[in-house]
Design a protein around this ligand. Sequence first.
Ligand SMILES: Nc1ncnc2c1ncn2[C@@H]1O[C@H](COP(=O)(O)OP(=O)(O)OP(=O)(O)O)[C@@H](O)[C@H]1O
Length: 307
Amino acid sequence: MTAVVQTEGLTKFYGKRRGLQDLDLEIQPGEVFGYLGPNGAGKTTTIRLLLDVIRPTSGRAVVLGLDPRDSRARARIGYLPGELAVEGREKAGAYLEFMAAVRGGPSRRRIEELAERLEADLSARMGELSKGNKQKIGLIQAFMHEPELLILDEPTSGLDPLVQQEFLAMVREVRREGRSVLMSSHVLAEVEHVSDRVGIVRSGRLVAVEDVAALRERAVRKVEFHFDAPVPREAFENLPGVRDLVVEGANLRCTIDGRPDALIKAAARFTVVHMVSSEPDLEEIFLTYYSEEEHGDEEAGHVRARA
Ligand SMILES: Nc1ncnc2c1ncn2[C@@H]1O[C@H](COP(=O)(O)OP(=O)(O)OP(=O)(O)O)[C@@H](O)[C@H]1O
């Protein structure tokens, strides 16, 4: 199967400042790839290199089997920039119809259908749109011509929760049709339910690529048990993956690193009245990777993308 995105040693320096270094990444047809990292990590740099907005210092990228400089690649991609640079008195609907005409495809009906789903106001003037509404117009122009590959820079930023859900449904539809999505985010929670794999980029380097299911297993999560009577601490000490254990009477709190199986089996020897397990969040996952590096695991900084 030919990858829709393939990079080898892709590197961009802005003068002496590292934007991105040695990126090896493959995204397959029908795959949704979440590209995660804190501010300044290199997400936008990667996306701009794939779209030929900027040129690499070294290394190469192939997008849909073509060099990013080839204009035929661009026509088959839907792109949402981090900040859609459109101003002026033109109405959003007119702007989208213009973009549709340039691409020789989508009908007014298709634009209206997407606008309805995202609750976008097509009669608003581009220069007067709020950040969230501008984001919706940007998403419509990225999705409307049903491109083979969608490259979305922070697509969920500025969207309210209901619109975010609709956007995620649109991403799932794209995947069902065998098309691909690369989307960046600061927040794992915003992409984990639709991404097949996520890559974590930090200080210009890809530090990990994981199946979302595997990432969840590795993530640290907080767990609480409430029992019907006090429980002995010894019953929960030294269980694999259990950390920060606190037992106070009938209540137990801890964090779990990996599978909760051993803890669940220990707890099942008593009567559990109530249990709370929090979703792992990105910050904790980042901390896991940071601590790997601190422990001298040099490999953590050089993990290669697994296809
Ligand atoms: N045009 C530029 N000139 C100089 N340095 C730049 C330029 N664009 C990006 N950088 C630097 O490259 C690094 C990566 O930036 P990039 O914008 O790719 O990060 P990001 O992950 O997209 O961050 P954010 O989430 O804040 O958008 C940062 O250190 C940034 O300061």
